[in-house]
Design a protein around this ligand. Structure first.
Ligand SMILES: [Zn+2]
Length: 373
């Protein structure tokens, strides 16, 4: 199923200039192509196809006065020509009105991006020749196997937007739902589910080690710079390289973690349960615990919840968040007896009343599931 997404962009001033250049080039190319078709038609010629027009455009670009057409991605005028030819054909098939010249005043500017070069990193999207542009929210799905369609940058006269189609896992709204699933979002495992499904967190040890090494080296340089009163504007080549390496390692870690989360949430949603129950993690509060904070940072529980939310929404699955005070860990999933205390190191839940002996996280998952029943 392809879903379309529209997200507001927050370009820098420099990016804005490049974007408006792109809008202008797209508009000019569209109008030029329309004009070519009209002239040609009046002269008794038939429809000029997009390939021919693109060839003409290539010649045009070589002329001194049209050099500016090459200042933006070549795909932008090319796509504008294709768009016009499509609109022109539609008119002759009596499917739409005759195409109109685009005017700056109508505020309907847009330009195209290549699907195969479309990249999203966190809250930024990579645009050809413009660079990474900030997005207002990250709702566009990312991950292995997601295909993008027809990315366009649009200007409505006030804001600049990106619209894109993304192929997401098939919609299961109409299929019969299965039993509810309780999910314990863990520190040791990413998820432990009431149906027995369990996902380990991927190993990022190697990259964390690498990251620490780079960070240590960089911090030594920072300290020296400060000692010797060197301005941070005068970074050495070595420091610049180190900073890049730190950034790259961070990105590598994020990619590994997000990939794992995407696969896991996709698998859960594919089971098509009527309800998914998760805990209210109050993640921010947990971050105050120094021992947990580093592990938690890399377990990306917030990301798991974010993905579950939108994927459940697409598939008609009800997502319930248990009350923060619901004793999912301290309660026996068999008889309901509550424990006064349960330390984090106790990995096995042993019930004093009924004698149940069960994995701590699995017990919690069962309690969450029971909440839905
Ligand atoms: Zn019990």
């Amino acid at each position: 199923m392809i879903r379309s997404f529209k997200v507001k962009l927050h370009p820098t001033e420099a990016q804005k200039i490049l974007m408006f250049k792109s809008f202008g080039t797209a508009r000019w190319s569209y109008n030029w192509a329309l004009n070519r078709q009209i002239e040609n038609y009046k002269a008794g010629g038939k429809f000029i196809n997009a390939i021919e027009l693109k060839k003409e455009m290539t010649k045009l670009k070589k002329l001194e006065e049209f050099k500016w057409l090459s200042e933006v991605s070549a795909k932008i005028p090319a796509q504008a020509i294709i768009d016009l030819c499509e609109a022109y054909k539609k008119f002759f098939k009596k499917k739409s009105d005759f195409p109109k010249f685009k005017s700056k005043r109508r505020n309907k500017d847009s330009f195209f991006q290549r699907e195969d070069e479309f990249r999203i990193k966190g809250k930024k999207v990579l645009l050809e020749r413009i660079g990474y542009v900030s997005m207002a929210e990250n709702i566009i799905p990312v991950g292995e196997g997601i295909k993008y369609y027809n990315p366009r940058i649009k200007y409505d006269g006030i804001n600049i937007w990106i619209t894109v189609g993304a192929e997401v896992s098939e919609n299961q709204t109409d299929k019969e739902k299965t039993e509810p699933i309780g999910i314990d979002l863990g520190i040791k495992s990413l998820v432990v589910c009431s149906n027995g499904y369990k996902v380990k967190r991927p190993s990022i040890k190697k990259y964390l080690k690498r990251l620490k090494r780079f960070q240590r080296r960089a911090s030594r340089i920072y300290i020296n710079m400060e000692k010797n009163n060197v301005s941070f504007k005068e970074k050495s080549k070595r420091l610049i390289k180190l900073e890049k390496q730190i950034l790259k390692t961070h990105q590598k870690i994020t990619n590994i973690l997000n990939d794992n989360i995407h696969k896991t949430t996709a698998k859960l949603v594919r089971l098509n349960p009527s309800v998914i129950v998760i805990e209210d993690l109050n993640v921010k509060g947990m971050f105050k615990n120094k021992h947990l904070s580093e592990t938690l940072k890399y377990s990306k529980l917030g990301e798991v919840i974010r993905q579950l939310k939108y994927k459940c929404d697409w598939n008609g699955i009800k997502l319930i968040t248990a009350d923060r005070w619901y004793p999912s860990s301290k309660m026996c999933s068999s008889c309901g007896e509550k424990k006064e205390k349960l330390s984090l190191s106790e990995r096995v839940f042993v019930c004093d009343k009924c004698g149940l002996h069960i994995d701590r996280d699995f017990n919690a998952a069962l309690n969450l599931k029971n909440l839905a029943m």
